[in-house]
Design a protein around this ligand. Structure first.
Ligand SMILES: O=P(O)(O)OC[C@H]1O[C@H](OP(=O)(O)OP(=O)(O)O)[C@H](O)[C@@H]1O
Ligand SMILES: O=c1cc[nH]c(=O)[nH]1
Ligand SMILES: [Mg+2]
Length: 215
């Protein structure tokens, strides 16, 4: 199932708009915070699809029934551009465990590249809800490689992919390689990819905009 939050009118699209806007992108702190805000909204919407239990809490004046998560999810993210979205998800799922995986494009020619996954630090994901975040789903290769690398840590009971902007190719690629029950949460699905596999109109290079140009 694909949930595209940008399709409904809300303040969410203002955050996405600022992420895309070259004149706002000059402020890296605002760029990171907007990624975090986008992830916070996506986290809230996703939270409606998790399982809850009822608990009693004691207030100064009595007892109240509250619904709490039955099980904490594992929040995995892809270094480096995933970090601000990871923080946004953690702001809502504040008791979740975290997993970090590195993935980067190593170019063989100007247009061709392999994805290198080198670092993985993760708790067991066996029987747990796994939420993987990354702001950009361009070809979808980084997401699929990271998902496969995480399977060394167990078999998740449910998978959610959380992304700010996706290309149609990536949605198809992720759907093909992840279980049918996986949910994809995105802020927007853009038109196409460039020959270098950048999303158009997209926002540019999310990692560079958040943390500086790699050399
Ligand atoms: O869907 P794909 O075609 O795999 O592209 C998307 C990947 O590209 C970006 O990371 P990048 O490789 O630029 O690394 P960075 O986070 O260090 O900038 C982005 O954060 C994704 O991980
Ligand atoms: O458009 C894209 C594609 C890959 N990585 C990015 O940061 N942006
Ligand atoms: Mg990058």
């Amino acid at each position: 199932m694909v949930y595209n939050l940008g399709q409904s009118t809300s303040i969410f699209n203002t955050f996405l708009g600022e992420l895309r806007d070259c004149t706002v992108q000059t402020d890296p702190m605002r760029f990171r915070r907007n990624l975090e805000r986008v992830a916070e909204v996506l986290a809230y919407e996703l939270s409606k699809h998790l399982d809850y239990q009822t608990e009693l809490v004691t207030t100064p004046l009595g007892e109240a029934e509250v619904s709490t998560l039955k099980q904490q999810p594992v929040l995995a993210t892809i270094l480096r551009a995933g970090l601000p979205m990871h923080q946004g998800l953690l702001n809502y799922f504040d008791r979740a465990e975290s997993a970090f995986v590195s993935a980067y494009r190593k170019h063989t020619t100007a247009e061709d590249f392999d994805i290198h996954v080198e670092y993985l630090a993760s708790p067991s994901i066996d029987g747990k809800t796994l939420i993987i975040s990354d702001p950009m789903l361009a070809t979808g290769s980084s997401m699929v490689m990271v998902y496969k690398a995480l399977l060394k840590q167990g078999k998740p009971s449910k998978i959610h992919i959380v992304s700010a902007i996706a290309a149609p190719e990536a949605i198809e690629f992720v759907k093909k390689h992840l279980p049918d029950t996986a949910c994809i949460w995105v802020g927007a699905i853009d038109k196409e990819l460039t020959a270098q596999s950048y999303i158009v109109p997209g926002l540019g290079d999310a990692g560079d905009l958040a943390y500086g140009v790699k050399c």
